[in-house]
Write a protein that binds this ligand. Structure first.
Ligand SMILES: Cc1ncc(COP(=O)(O)O)c(C=O)c1O
Length: 368
């Protein structure tokens, strides 16, 4: 049996190395995983209670449209309910967008290097990914606008960008939109939006209201700490939501995920604390890198992409043997960088200590 020919060029997704696998392979008792931009504080404790309440209903399919979560999220975001579409993670929404809008012969424009699922889903639909080199780890919006032509259907903007962590500003996004024709959809992936503290960051929901070409993607996997439940969402024009609902699997947002997301959304204090601690963590890590004279991309999500000035795979392996899982930049197109998720203060300190050992740098400062 031969698969679709386009699949020849499609890679299998490479996730961060799982914690249990590393413990088994290296015989280590304690392993810290800072490889998949998960929340080191877990999720709101109220999620557990909500799951207990949901136990009695697990024999029933969920409501496909997630009406209660939809209502609560719409009111939290101050958008109308018909603008929201849920996915089995925002990964699934990336797939739904490609399935809804791409046909062979079309093109999708994206940064080189960015979240890999945009390219994968474009290839699966038999379309051409147009990858536009970044400038200093940041989307080059001028070059991306120039790459748009009559065949372009989607422009992907990852903000903050994974893996570099850089952002583009509201003004830059608005002038980019002004330059694009009506036949393209601009998908702004804001998986790390809740972590951003920079005031220039776009207010994309206001742009969605005004401009039917804009789709925003967000997720409960990151600051809300619900990665295992698989739930994310898009905010778009009601027309786009209606079109994407035609390709959506009937029960794609599962019952436990809907319930967990409602509880997580309501706990604003948890989110606020995670944002604050994450920012402190970034500052701690960046200050130490400055002291060592190592460069990094300005971090706006919950991860820092840094240049170790050594082959990234070697640094990755050295850290792994010390019980720290990070992401090597080698497979991501940055041969000497590693991407490290911001952990708890203790995890960050431990990471810096182990990194110093691997790179033969002076010991990091102790923190109070
Ligand atoms: C930029 C970006 N978009 C989307 C996702 C997918 O998130 P989800 O868990 O909601 O599928 C990730 C996950 O790491 C991401 O980094």
């Amino acid at each position: 049996m031969k698969s679709k020919s386009v699949l020849q060029g499609v890679p299998v997704y490479q996730p961060g190395k799982p914690l249990e696998e590393v413990k088994r392979e290296l015989g280590l008792e304690e392993v810290i995983k800072l490889a998949s931009n998960e929340n080191p504080y877990g999720c709101s404790p109220s999620v557990w209670e909500s799951l207990t309440e949901e136990q009695a209903h697990l024999f029933m399919y969920p409501e496909g449209g997630a009406p209660q979560l939809r209502q609560e999220l719409a009111s939290h975001l101050n958008v109308s309910t018909d603008r929201i579409l849920f996915g089995n993670g925002s990964d699934e929404i990336v797939q739904m967008i490609a399935r809804t809008y791409l046909e062979p012969g079309y093109e999708a424009v994206m940064a080189d290097i960015t979240f890999p699922r945009y390219k994968t889903q474009t290839l699966i639909e038999g379309c051409t990914p147009v990858e536009v080199p970044m400038v200093e780890g940041t989307h080059d919006l001028d070059a991306m606008a120039r790459a748009v032509n009559d065949h372009t259907r989607i422009v992907w903007v990852c903000n903050p960008n994974n893996p570099t962590g850089t952002i583009i500003s509201h003004d830059a996004l608005v002038s980019f939109l002004d330059r694009l024709p009506d036949h393209v959809l601009v998908v702004v992936d804001e998986a790390y939006q809740e972590y951003v503290t920079d005031p220039s960051y776009p207010d994309t929901l206001s742009l969605v209201e005004k401009d039917p070409r804009v789709v925003v993607l967000r997720t409960f996997s990151k600051i809300y700490g619900l990665a295992a439940f698989r739930i994310g969402y898009a905010v778009a024009s009601p027309g786009i939501v209606d079109e994407m609902n035609r390709v959506r699997e009937p029960f794609n947002a599962n019952r436990l995920a809907q319930r967990a997301a409602r509880a997580a959304l309501a706990d604003r204090e948890f989110v606020e604390n995670c944002r604050r601690e994450n920012r402190r963590g970034i500052e701690r890590i960046q200050a130490q890198l400055d002291e060592w004279g190592l460069s990094y991309f300005p971090a706006h999500g919950n991860f820092v992409m840094m240049d170790t000035e050594k082959p990234a795979d070697d640094v990755f392996q050295c850290l792994l043997e010390k019980g720290m899982i990070v992401r090597s930049g080698a497979a991501l197109g940055y041969p000497t960088h590693i991407r490290v998720t911001v952990g708890t203060p203790e995890q960050n300190q431990r990471f810096l200590q182990e990194l110093a050992g691997c790179l033969h740098l002076p010991k990091p400062k102790e923190v109070a």
